[in-house]
Design a binder for this molecule. Sequence first.
Ligand SMILES: *[C@@H]1O[C@H](CO)[C@@H](O)[C@H](O)[C@H]1NC(C)=O
Ligand SMILES: *[C@@H]1O[C@H](CO)[C@@H](O)[C@H](O)[C@H]1NC(C)=O
Ligand SMILES: *[C@@H]1O[C@H](CO)[C@@H](O)[C@H](O)[C@H]1NC(C)=O
Ligand SMILES: *[C@@H]1O[C@H](CO)[C@@H](O)[C@H](O)[C@H]1NC(C)=O
Ligand SMILES: *[C@@H]1O[C@H](CO)[C@@H](O)[C@H](O)[C@H]1NC(C)=O
Ligand SMILES: *[C@@H]1O[C@H](CO)[C@@H](O)[C@H](O)[C@H]1NC(C)=O
Ligand SMILES: *[C@@H]1O[C@H](CO)[C@@H](O)[C@H](O)[C@H]1NC(C)=O
Ligand SMILES: *[C@@H]1O[C@H](CO)[C@@H](O)[C@H](O)[C@H]1NC(C)=O
Length: 457
Amino acid sequence: MNKQFEGTILPENQRFSILLSAIFILLKLFLLHCYAAIYNITSSNPLSQNEILISPTQVFELGLFCLDNTTNQYVGIWYKNIAPRTVVWVANRENPVIDSLASLKIGSDGNLKIVDENEVTLWSTNVSVRSNSSVAVLLDNGNFVLQDGLSEQQLWQSFEHPGNTLLPGAGIGYDRETGERRVLSSWKSNSDPSRGDFVTEIVPRSPPQALIWNGSVPYWRSGEWNKLRFIGLQGMDSTYSRAISLVLNDDQESGYFYLSLNTTDTSITILSEGTLKIMSWRKDTGWYSTWKRPNNTCDVYGTCGPFGICKISEFPICSCLEGFVPKSDEEWNKNNWTGGCVRRTELSCLAKTSLEASQGEETDRFWKMNGIKLPDKSKYQDVKDVNECGQWCLNNCSCKAYAYVMNIGCLLWSEDLIDMQELSSGGEDLFIRLASSELGDHIIDLSNIFKMNLVSS
Ligand SMILES: *[C@@H]1O[C@H](CO)[C@@H](O)[C@H](O)[C@H]1NC(C)=O
Ligand SMILES: *[C@@H]1O[C@H](CO)[C@@H](O)[C@H](O)[C@H]1NC(C)=O
Ligand SMILES: *[C@@H]1O[C@H](CO)[C@@H](O)[C@H](O)[C@H]1NC(C)=O
Ligand SMILES: *[C@@H]1O[C@H](CO)[C@@H](O)[C@H](O)[C@H]1NC(C)=O
Ligand SMILES: *[C@@H]1O[C@H](CO)[C@@H](O)[C@H](O)[C@H]1NC(C)=O
Ligand SMILES: *[C@@H]1O[C@H](CO)[C@@H](O)[C@H](O)[C@H]1NC(C)=O
Ligand SMILES: *[C@@H]1O[C@H](CO)[C@@H](O)[C@H](O)[C@H]1NC(C)=O
Ligand SMILES: *[C@@H]1O[C@H](CO)[C@@H](O)[C@H](O)[C@H]1NC(C)=O
């Protein structure tokens, strides 16, 4: 009887199970590709695996995601309407969720945290303000904000914890009073968002400048900020000057750099190979780069070594400053310029300390160069004009060069002159101290010397 029963019922059963598995596959596809949208995270409403937090007008979204070829899961923010997915911020970049269901929730202390299915915390906002009514929302500028639900006081925001990307409205910089340092740090690789080798920071000096570090070695620098632009950047025209700003407080104790744009589709990213790029997005072209540094070998910090200067249109690109010769001819001729150059004639002010002091009134002179990306490690000196600046430098034997820059004033160098470029447009005048015998009686213009070098070589 059983057999008979089976005999008639099996085909039905098979059809049913085929139908069932079809529904199951469809359901799975639906779950994989269709997330439930939520607009905030509260203590009673966490963000779980198949949910997406969306900004009010659907510009950005935040959720769990995996990177190419890995199963590591991260909580991140990306553009809702830009494909392929462009991640601009990652919460647990050092601590992925591995082989587990994860959720982002508000803990009993009011902090946001990412927990796996065993309730192990992988990341937390970890702020000390206790709140029993925290709410987390994603703003339309890409800022993920944790606030107190009642007072609306901000407890934490992702814009104060940038990853490798700076969105308009977020800042990187420093506050010497609180000790805060906000930097961009590169991903290890395209499939690993943990901190890589490169960091972009605003150096907390007066005046400040932007610097890319490769580990503990400087890789690129912008030159000082003159309240309008970074003075070491060629082609920093008014379009860029309007698009960027560095906000210093009155006593210069804090400085923050911003992309001052009223859009969301432009950003600055430090890539894992060390390049700092401004990227913009258009519907017809997708992402394109409008600016990047370093852009060539001359942009790389210290390519020509101490007292060497780089010019990308010359070959070789490095030469020694007037009055200086390669430290090692052998290395220099192999196009290894990092050893740099040394002074041909000792400075008169040093010689004066010895016997020669009695042999006349020889003083050092300054060699003027135009259109220069000024060397690193300048010190600001508060004097009234360029002459006083020069006099100040001359009076101190450890002063090796000076410059007087519009909107900044007097800069002096007492360390080796490093990371200079001859720019084809823009740039500053630099006055280099030389023994007077190197100059004859005249301060000669640099352009003549380059012509002379070309003729004689
Ligand atoms: C992922 O793997 C594919 C095939 O092996 C490879 O072509 C692709 O470059 C990988 N992607 C990343 C980001 O490593
Ligand atoms: C949270 O912050 C405290 C100090 O404010 C620090 O000691 C602790 O290590 C932090 N915890 C995590 C997980 O970052
Ligand atoms: C939240 O905290 C406040 C003050 O700490 C307390 O008065 C209130 O009862 C708390 N609310 C809940 C729901 O726990
Ligand atoms: C960064 O530094 C590392 C280690 O010092 C070096 O191997 C690498 O070539 C550097 N990267 C660049 C882009 O210069
Ligand atoms: C930014 O754009 C919006 C809409 O286009 C406009 O209403 C607003 O005034 C702009 N803000 C600034 C600072 O330009
Ligand atoms: C980048 O470098 C190339 C030469 O290597 C130069 O032609 C180009 O103008 C540079 N771009 C910028 C923005 O400086
Ligand atoms: C380049 O020269 C420096 C010293 O001037 C030396 O330390 C370095 O090893 C040289 N690099 C190469 C690749 O030869
Ligand atoms: C000369 O300059 C050096 C370096 O900036 C400084 O340490 C020193 O005090 C200065 N000497 C005088 C006499 O101003």
